[in-house]
Design a protein around this ligand. Structure first.
Ligand SMILES: Cc1ncc(COP(=O)(O)O)c(C=O)c1O
Length: 311
């Protein structure tokens, strides 16, 4: 799938990520399961896609001008992608992030030259919440632009490319997609594109136990990148057929299993998605072809990851 070997600019290397069989992890006769390996994007996650699209859009609309500042609240991946692009395009970059974000992600953003402000893990009603700190900074900083992935329609639009890639890579045989829900951009964009191709394709969204997208009471959870204690604007639930909930322990155990048994070192949200796909595969009537989106790499979480298989 990745045929481009020489890009003019890093942005040319974003997207067109490969699918790899997950048969070593999910073995159900008549059900093929593939992972879409988004950690192969140059910034290390699926968020490169929306970062490029949101900055291109802002530049086109004159909202971001040479020498300007990009401010964004992020659990780390969008922040890393934006930090990389700001380095490339000469913008100042300020990322706000909650305390639970891994040290590796914070260090990576800083390594690209971004200023990273870490907020305590407080509720959104508190002015120290990382989303409120970012909004305040964007309002006070001259020449600042906040892409705001939680309300920016470019987020889901940019993710339609994921659906188109899956359609082509599976020769139109895909029947189900499983994707974690953070902003919902990945799942919604992929769903919108694939459902235009074939309305029967089902999209399963995945959130951690304690997140409220599918209902229930808010509770703390440890997985980064997916789930929230309120439903953001970006989450166009009508494009998603069902929501699966996965416990932290299940997600992390599955991510460890993916590394140990399939050589796929993925993050906790990928673990959650694989765990949900495993349940789905067990329920389906074959033949079926499931694609699981694997948003980022486990390298971003090594300081949080127990190194033994029993952890
Ligand atoms: C690790 C990880 N997984 C999944 C997601 C969810 O993607 P989306 O925001 O498109 O729903 C994110 C979003 O930041 C993420 O960082």
């Amino acid at each position: 799938m990745r045929t481009l070997t020489r890009g003019d600019d890093l942005c040319d290397l974003v997207g067109n990520t490969p699918l790899v069989s997950l048969r070593k992890l999910i073995d159900v006769p008549g059900v093929e399961v593939y992972g879409k390996v988004e950690y192969l994007n140059p910034g290390g996650s699926v968020k490169d896609r929306i970062a490029v699209a949101m900055l291109d859009d802002a530049e086109r609309r004159g909202l971001l001008r040479p020498g300007g500042t990009v401010v964004e609240p992020s659990s780390g991946n969008t922040g890393t992608s934006l930090a990389m692009l700001c380095a490339l395009r000469g913008y100042r970059c300020i990322i706000t992030t909650p305390e639970k974000t891994s040290q590796e992600k914070v260090a990576t953003m800083r390594a690209y030259g971004a200023e990273v402000l870490v907020s305590p893990n407080v509720g959104v009603d508190d002015e120290r919440h990382y989303t409120r700190v970012a909004a305040d900074l964007a309002a006070r900083t001259p020449g600042a632009y906040m892409p705001d992935q939680y309300s920016n329609p470019v987020n889901a639009l940019a993710c339609e490319a994921i659906g188109e890639e899956i359609w082509t890579q599976t020769n139109a045989a895909v029947t189900h997609v499983v994707a974690g829900l953070g902003t919902g951009g990945t799942a919604c964009g992929t769903a919108n594109a694939l459902k235009r191709r074939d309305a029967r394709i089902a999209v399963v969204g995945v959130e951690p136990e304690g997140s409220v997208y599918g209902g229930g009471e808010p509770r703390p959870f440890a997985i980064e990148g997916i789930g929230r204690h309120y439903v953001p604007k970006s989450l166009d639930l009508c494009a998603i057929d069902t929501i699966e909930t996965v416990a932290d322990a299940d997600a992390f155990a599955t991510a460890r299993r993916a590394a140990h048994e399939a050589g796929l070192l993925v993050g906790g949200s990928s673990g959650a998605a694989i765990a949900a796909a495993e349940r789905l595969a067990g329920r389906l009537a074959p033949p079926a072809l499931i694609v699981v989106i694997l948003p980022d790499s486990g390298r971003s979480y090594l300081s949080k990851r127990p190194s033994t298989s029993s952890g």
